[in-house]
Design a protein around this ligand. Structure first.
Ligand code: CMP
Length: 135
């Protein structure tokens, strides 16, 4: 099934100049970039985006980190795109993420873990709608 998913390359990915390397992985996999923009996100939109983590101990650190610099917002499209991208991204904890995955290869912090990718069709639809104003 052809689907769309939302990717955020986080402030650490931008600062560490990893954007090209990460995007090229998705291109090599044959996924299509439908939208792409650089943005500085505010805590208002991030609190909506990370609503499910609102009561978690790491929430404030997460918002501080995500507002600390520019991010790259991308809408990717392709066959079984949501599951494929999640596999390519790897586990949330970079020390659990397999080598060969984006977090396994590039991330070394649980909060500053380089990339976000929608985890389901519902999340993808919701997140693409939430960030639509930036594209
Ligand atoms: P992300 O996929 O963007 O979704 C929630 C984010 O919270 C996660 O990546 C991490 O950046 C951050 N985070 C920090 N600590 C944790 C934790 N203990 N469990 C899950 N996510 C965490």
């Amino acid at each position: 099934m052809i689907e769309k998913t939302l990717i955020i390359l986080k402030p650490d990915a931008v600062k560490r100049k990893l954007i090209g390397k990460i995007i090229s992985r998705f291109e090599m996999k044959g996924l299509n970039i439908k939208e792409l923009t650089m943005a500085k996100l505010d805590s208002y939109i991030l609190e909506k985006h990370y609503e499910e983590h609102k009561n978690k101990a790491f929430f404030n650190d997460l918002i501080d980190f995500m507002t600390s610099g520019s991010v790259i917002l991308i809408v990717l499209e392709g066959k079984n795109c949501i599951k494929t991208v999640r596999k390519m991204v790897g586990a949330t904890d970079p020390f659990e993420a397999d080598p060969g995955t984006i977090r396994g290869d590039f991330a070394h912090s649980l909060t500053e873990n380089v990339i976000h990718a929608s985890d389901s069709k519902n999340s993808a639809d919701r997140e693409i709608k939430l960030f639509k104003k930036y594209f």
